[in-house]
Design a protein around this ligand. Structure first.
Ligand code: HEC
Ligand code: HEC
Ligand code: HEC
Ligand code: HEC
Ligand code: HEC
Ligand code: HEC
Ligand code: HEC
Length: 376
C-alpha cells in the first residue's frame, strides 16, 4: 500500500476543475478519478482492489478514456476509418475494424481488429479481452487485466508518458523487472506525427517491452527471427540513410533520411531531427511496432503482410496506413529501409514474412492461415 498516497488522500478532499496540467509529473486531484467516501470517524475510505479502487468509472481504462478517447492526445476516436491524429503510440479504434488482413487473400481470411492493438478492457468503448492470447506472447502478463494502467501509472510520475518502471503494478498484480524507457514526446496538442515532429526514442525500449514479452523474435522460436536490440550494423545504417523510397532507393540525403515509421534509438535524436542513424543507434521493438496499435496485424508501424504499400487497406477494407514515400510506382515494404542491399534481387512481389518466418508456428498463431513458403 502506498502510504504517501493515503496521506494525500486524507488531505485532498476538495474537487478542483481539470487544468491543462492535469497529471504532468505528479498525482492529479484525487476526486477527479476516485469517489471519496468518509467513514464515521471522519477518515476517508482507502481505494483498494476490493472496492474497485473507488473509481468514478467501471474500469481504470474507462476512467482514462473519459478524458483521452477523443481529446487530450486522443487515443481512441469513434471510427476505425477515421483515426485520431498519430502521435506515436497509435490508435485503439482499429480494434473495432472487421478485418485488418491485407495479405493478397486477406478478404477471404479476415483477422479482426483485436489483432492490431493491445486490447484494453474498456466496456465504454465495447472493447474486451484479446480473443486469441490469454497472456502476453513470450511472457506471462494476463490479457484480462490489460488496460491503460498496465503501462501508465495513473498517479503520474516523471517517466516518459508516465510509463511504469521497475516494481509492482496494481493492474494484473504484476512486477516489472526493467526500467521505464527514455524518450522525448511531442506535446499532446501539437500537429500529427511527421518527419519533423515525432517521438525521439533514446534508450531502454526493448527492455521495457521485455517486461511483458521477453526478447520476442530473438531466438527464432516465435516464427519471425530478427535482432530486437543492439546497434545497427554498417550496411543497415547506409541503407537507412540512402533509401528514399522505391523510386529513389540509393539517392537519398542522409541528413533528411529519418522516417518516423521506422524509428531507431539514439541519444542525439530530437523530436524535430531528420538525420539518419549514427554509429551508436540501435534497433528496438518500437522500430517495427506501435505501442497502442495500428490498422496492421501485430501493431505494425507498416503492414508486414503487404508487398506494395500502395495496396495497404485494399484487401481488408481497413484504414490504409499513410505511405511515407511517393516516388515509386510500387512502394516496397519498409523492411527495405534497412535492407535495400539485401533485397535488390528478391522480395518484390511477396511480403517479406511470407518467407522469413517459420511456417507451422504461423499457422497456429494466425488462424485462418494461408500457405507460406519457409526458409528459416
Ligand atoms: C487519473 C486518475 C487518478 C487520480 C487523479 C488518482 N488516482 Fe488513485 N487510482 C487510479 C486508478 C485507475 C487506480 C487503480 C489501480 C491501477 O489501475 O493502477 C488507483 C488506485 C489507487 C490506490 C490503490 C492502489 C495504489 O496504487 O496504491 C490508492 C491508495 C489511490 N489510488 C489513491 C489516490 C490518491 C490519494 C489520489 C490523489 C492524491 C489519487 N489516487 C489520484 C486513478 C487515479
Ligand atoms: C480528468 C481528465 C483526465 C483523466 C481522467 C486522465 N487524464 Fe491523462 N491527461 C489529461 C490532461 C489534461 C493531460 C495533458 C496535461 C498533463 O500532462 O497533465 C493528460 C496527459 C496524459 C498523458 C501524457 C503525459 C505526458 O507526459 O505527456 C498520459 C500518458 C496520460 N494522460 C494518461 C492517462 C491515463 C493512463 C489515465 C487513466 C489512469 C488518465 N490519463 C486519466 C487529462 C486526464
Ligand atoms: C503490461 C504488459 C505489456 C507490455 C508492457 C507490452 N505488452 Fe504487448 N501484449 C501484452 C498482452 C497481454 C498481449 C496479448 C493481448 C493482446 O494482444 O491484446 C500483448 C500483445 C502484443 C502483440 C500482439 C498483438 C496481437 O493481437 O496479435 C504485439 C505485437 C505486442 N504486444 C507488442 C508489444 C510491444 C512492441 C511492446 C513495447 C512497446 C509491448 N507489447 C509492451 C502485454 C504487454
Ligand atoms: C502496452 C502498453 C500501453 C498501453 C496498454 C497503453 N499505453 Fe498509452 N502509451 C504507451 C507508450 C509506450 C506510449 C509512448 C509511445 C510513443 O511515443 O511511441 C504511450 C503514449 C500515450 C499517450 C501520448 C500520446 C500518443 O498517442 O503517443 C497517451 C495520451 C496515452 N498513451 C494514453 C493511453 C490510454 C488512455 C490508454 C488506455 C486506453 C493507454 N495509453 C494504454 C504504452 C501503453
Ligand atoms: C524488424 C522488425 C521487428 C522488430 C524489431 C520486432 N518485431 Fe515483433 N513482429 C514483427 C513482425 C514482422 C511480426 C509478424 C510475424 C509473423 O507474422 O509471423 C511481429 C510479430 C510480433 C508479435 C505477434 C505475436 C502473435 O502471436 O501474434 C509480438 C508479440 C511481437 N512481435 C513482439 C515484439 C517485441 C516484444 C519486440 C521487441 C523485443 C519486437 N516484436 C520486435 C517485426 C518486428
Ligand atoms: C532499423 C533497421 C531494420 C529494419 C527496419 C529491419 N531490419 Fe532486418 N536486420 C537489421 C539488422 C541490424 C540485422 C542484423 C544483421 C544484419 O543483417 O546486418 C537484421 C537482420 C535481418 C535478417 C537476417 C539476416 C541474417 O544475417 O540472418 C533478415 C532475414 C531480416 N533482417 C529481415 C527483415 C525483415 C523481414 C524486416 C521487416 C519486417 C526487417 N528485417 C526490418 C535491421 C533492420
Ligand atoms: C520468396 C521468398 C522470399 C521473400 C518474399 C523475401 N525473401 Fe529475403 N531471402 C529469401 C531467401 C531464400 C534468402 C537467402 C537465405 C539464406 O541464404 O539464408 C533471403 C535473404 C535475405 C536477407 C539476407 C539474409 C542473409 O542471411 O544474408 C535479408 C536481409 C532478406 N532476405 C530480407 C528480405 C526482405 C526485407 C524482404 C521483403 C522486402 C524479403 N527478404 C523477401 C527469401 C525471401
Amino acid at each position: 500500500m502506498n502510504i504517501s498516497l493515503t496521506l494525500i488522500l486524507c488531505a485532498v478532499l476538495v474537487s478542483v476543475a481539470v487544468a491543462d496540467e492535469f497529471h504532468k509529473g505528479g498525482v492529479g486531484t484525487c476526486s477527479v478519478c476516485h469517489v471519496i467516501h468518509t467513514l464515521a470517524d471522519g477518515n476517508p475510505v482507502v481505494p483498494t482492489a476490493d472496492n474497485n479502487y473507488l473509481l468514478r468509472e467501471n474500469t481504470p481504462s474507462d476512467l482514462c478514456l473519459s478524458c483521452h478517447a477523443t481529446s487530450n492526445g486522443a487515443v481512441w476516436s469513434n471510427n476505425p476509418l477515421v483515426p485520431a491524429p498519430q502521435r506515436g503510440a497509435g490508435n485503439f479504434i482499429f480494434e473495432q475494424a472487421a478485418n485488418l488482413n491485407d495479405a493478397p487473400d486477406g478478404a477471404q481470411h479476415p483477422l479482426s481488429g483485436g489483432h492490431g492493438v493491445h486490447n484494453c478492457v474498456a466496456p465504454s468503448q465495447n472493447s474486451d479481452v484479446d480473443p486469441v492470447h490469454d497472456v502476453a506472447p513470450g511472457g506471462s502478463y494476463p490479457s484480462k487485466y490489460l488496460g491503460c494502467t498496465s503501462c501508465h501509472d495513473p498517479h503520474g510520475n516523471t517517466n516518459f508518458r508516465m510509463l511504469w518502471g521497475v516494481g509492482h503494478i496494481p493492474a494484473g498484480d504484476f512486477t516489472f523487472m526493467y526500467s521505464a524507457p527514455y524518450a522525448d514526446g511531442t506535446p499532446l496538442d501539437s500537429a500529427a506525427e511527421s518527419r519533423t515532429l515525432h517521438t525521439a526514442y533514446h534508450s531502454g525500449w526493448t527492455n521495457w517491452c521485455r517486461n511483458c514479452h521477453g526478447l520476442y523474435h530473438a531466438d527464432g522460436s516465435q516464427g519471425f527471427e530478427h535482432p530486437v536490440d543492439g546497434p545497427l550494423t554498417g550496411h543497415t545504417r547506409v541503407s537507412y540513410e540512402l533509401y528514399d523510397g522505391s523510386g529513389n532507393p540509393t539517392g537519398g540525403i542522409p541528413q533528411q533520411s529519418y522516417l518516423p515509421e521506422v524509428p531507431f534509438e539514439s541519444r542525439t535524436v530530437t523530436i524535430n531531427s531528420t538525420n539518419g542513424p549514427e554509429m551508436q543507434s540501435r534497433i528496438a521493438c518500437i522500430t517495427c511496432h506501435r505501442a497502442h496499435g495500428s490498422s496492421a496485424v501485430d501493431l505494425g508501424r507498416w503492414d508486414f503482410r503487404v508487398a506494395n504499400l500502395r495496396l495497404d487497406g485494399s484487401p481488408s477494407g481497413s484504414y490504409p496506413i499513410p505511405n511515407p514515400y511517393t516516388s515509386g510506382t510500387i512502394e516496397r515494404s519498409l523492411c527495405v529501409k534497412c535492407h535495400e542491399q539485401d533485397t535488390r534481387t528478391h522480395g518484390f512481389t511477396q511480403a517479406c514474412i511470407e518467407c522469413h518466418r517459420e511456417e507451422t508456428l504461423v499457422r497456429e498463431k494466425l488462424d485462418p492461415a494461408r500457405p507460406v513458403r519457409s526458409i528459416k
